[in-house]
Design a binder for this molecule. Structure first.
Ligand SMILES: [Zn+2]
Length: 377
């Protein structure tokens, strides 16, 4: 994205919230102490402003209405809006949607949001989230969803309080009880048992297959060796072939202003996912937005299924779904490839069929009663 103040006369250049965020983070880099913090906070906040700063200014309202903007930053914003500076966004901060942008996209594509039945990545107090399962479910019901996937971290990610098999089973009992309560109250809503399983750089999981089989869905995610510069295609292929997972979560593992994400032959990665009928995710967490739109276009060409997840760590963060949905709309992903548009029964049967076809086939010869007895010992 290049904007030039010199072009204002021919084509009006608008300093949108994405440009404001970029200008703020640049200021942060040269500021110090609490001013640096203020610029940084405001840059982050700009992505979730629900209105464009320019619209607020044009309406004669104060820019201090915006989260993170005090009087001195408001003045700075007014100057940028009045005479737009050149903004060239570096790769580490490129292809991130703002909420204001996402809302415009969804307004132009009004059939998208009503098809959404649920959110397939979120964390609770069982690992590093701030809400209980019941809190997340209540917020999701309020949004009109039919299901959510509870995807707390697994044991390999101990920094995030990852669950071992015993705790995952305990969590499962809580989910069964909550689902029962929902049914008794006549609420058509299902909490899916899921997990964000930590994958090693070799694509291996950290949970026993017997524990994973009790879940409705399993997301696999990389959390280590994320700064490698060389091609990582083989790591992705290994992860996708891991029979324990059905969805590859935050695939590129990029984070705004921190990490560009891993490199791979994405056509080959998505083609393999499509062959296995597995899904790749659009993680809508504002700092992640992973897969990014340019990769989603490759995903569309390869015909892979797409899962939408907010990666919410608090009920309020379920709102990141607008970023996921808008990214899918911008990349023109066909609706039938988005697994969140399925009913809960379709979703469960898809997961079961993926599981059935990816687990190693065991051919069982007819066993004699003696062999059966021995097997029990
Ligand atoms: Zn993760």
């Amino acid at each position: 994205m290049t904007r030039s103040g010199n072009l204002v006369a021919q084509s009006p250049v608008v300093v949108d919230n994405a440009a404001i965020a970029e200008l703020l983070i640049r200021e942060a880099k040269t500021a110090e102490g609490h001013r640096e913090q203020a610029f940084r906070r405001a840059a982050h906040a700009a992505f979730m402003w629900s209105e464009e700063g320019t619209d607020i200014a044009a309406a004669g309202r104060s820019l201090t209405e915006l989260a993170g903007i005090g009087h001195s930053l408001a003045k700075r914003l007014h100057n940028w809006i009045a005479s737009p500076p050149e903004v060239e966004v570096p790769a580490i901060r490129r292809e991130f949607l703002t909420l204001a942008q996402a809302r415009r996209v969804l307004k132009k594509n009004p059939r998208w949001a009503p098809r959404l039945n649920g959110d397939l990545q979120m964390h609770t107090t069982w690992s590093d989230g701030g809400g209980t399962i019941a809190d997340m479910a209540a917020a999701a019901i309020e949004r009109g969803y039919k299901f959510i996937g509870i995807t707390d971290h697994t044991q390999g990610l101990s920094i995030a309080g990852g669950l071992d098999e015993t705790r995952l089973a305990e969590q499962g009992r809580e989910i069964v009880a909550l689902n029962k309560q929902l049914r008794q109250r006549g609420i058509d809503f299902t909490i899916l048992r899921s997990a964000e399983m930590n994958l090693s750089p070799k694509g291996a999981g950290d949970m026993r297959p017997t524990a994973l089989r009790k879940l409705d869905l399993v997301l696999g995610c990389f959390h280590s060796a994320l700064r490698r510069k060389e091609d990582q295609t083989s790591r992705y292929l290994a992860a996708l072939r891991n029979p324990g997972i059905q969805i590859l979560g935050h695939p590129q593992t990029r984070v705004w202003n921190r990490r560009e994400g891993l490199k791979a032959d994405w056509s080959a990665v998505f083609a393999e996912a499509a062959r296995l009928d597995k899904a790749v995710e659009i993680d809508g967490y504002v700092d992640r937005q992973d897969l990014r739109i340019s990769l989603l276009k490759v995903a569309r060409k390869e015909g892979v299924r797409i899962s939408l997840g907010t990666d919410a760590h608090h009920p309020d963060q379920l709102g990141f779904m607008e970023l996921s949905l808008a990214a899918a709309a911008l990349a023109k992903i066909p609706a039938e490839r988005i697994i969140n548009f399925m009913s809960v029964d379709q979703l469960k049967s898809w997961a079961q069929s993926v599981r059935a076809s990816s687990e190693p086939k065991v051919t069982r010869p007819a066993r004699s009663s003696r062999a059966r007895t021995l097997a029990k010992v």
